[in-house]
Design a protein around this ligand. Sequence first.
Ligand code: HEC
Ligand code: HEC
Length: 287
Amino acid sequence: MKLGVRTCAGKTHRLAQIVLLLMVAGAVQFAWADDDDSNAGGAKFSPEAAATFNKRCTACHTYGKGIKVGPDLKGVNDRRKRDWLVKFIHGSSLVIKSGDPTAVALFAQFKQQRMPDWTDLSEKQINDILDFVAIGGPDIKPADERNAELALPAEIELGRQLFVGERRLKYGSQSCRSCHGVRGAGWGGSLGPDLTQTYFKFQDRALTEFLRHPCFQWDTAGAGGRYLTAKESFAIKSFLRQAALHQSAHVDAAVPPSRPASAEKASLTAAPVAAAQQRSDRKGNAP
Ligand code: HEC
Ligand code: HEC
């Protein structure tokens, strides 16, 4: 059997555990939470508009990087009225021909280069593009790249719920807790490593990258290769940061700095307990 796992292939016991977990996962009902991936720290935009902008506009326009073939579009919503913009993007040739002074001046300034008429774009699509440009266009960072330091308490709580499986992940991935423990979050599976210290181990940027792909390739097979939404990823990252901070605060407070050895011991006791709990859980559920 060939398994596309990013883990040591020799551990057959572990693989048996994985297979068991997959069987369990297969029985799980998926609930599709309402979630918007195009939510950049509260600023909403249409992903379709972003895609159209990248595909059709960036060949001639920059956002904040100066003139290319046409004008820089940063701030275009401030220098022009919205209805003028919609009309101009939809069919600039007509607006120029009509003698509109702004259009004529632009046309003269850009050395008689003319923007194609975008007649196939609806008024709504053009408005969506302009909304996208208004809130930062290509400078908008994906929501999962926000630093976890900036998380609101509600986002950390969402991360906890997703991690432990109180709330389903949008694309139906297994909850993290079925394989991972985090101290202070109750029972956790022992197939994957304990993640209490993970935020410190990876740091923000690398953890963001890591969470873009599942720990196991097959986990996303049923969801067209999709894993976490950006919002879910950010929430889980924030939860892991809080868990790591809690842990270090706990150890710092409970153990005098002169005795680091016992700090280590204290932080190790939870894992075997979780593993034992998991084992008895399985026995209890066996048919
Ligand atoms: C082939 C090059 C080209 C492409 C592609 C292009 N534009 Fe333009 N755009 C121009 C030029 C050149 C101008 C200046 C006016 C003129 O000469 O027609 C312009 C002007 C504009 C203006 C007015 C800017 C201002 O300062 O008032 C807006 C808004 C605009 N374009 C938006 C878009 C959008 C949105 C797209 C993608 C759907 C796009 N453009 C694609 C070349 C292009
Ligand atoms: C089916 C079991 C399973 C599920 C579900 C799972 N993981 Fe994992 N995860 C693993 C295993 C096993 C490893 C270790 C992989 C290795 O050693 O190469 C791992 C590794 C990791 C690591 C790296 C830890 C380190 O210190 O190197 C992180 C971070 C992680 N998982 C996060 C998550 C998050 C977040 C979720 C939920 C969205 C999740 N995992 C869901 C099994 C799982």
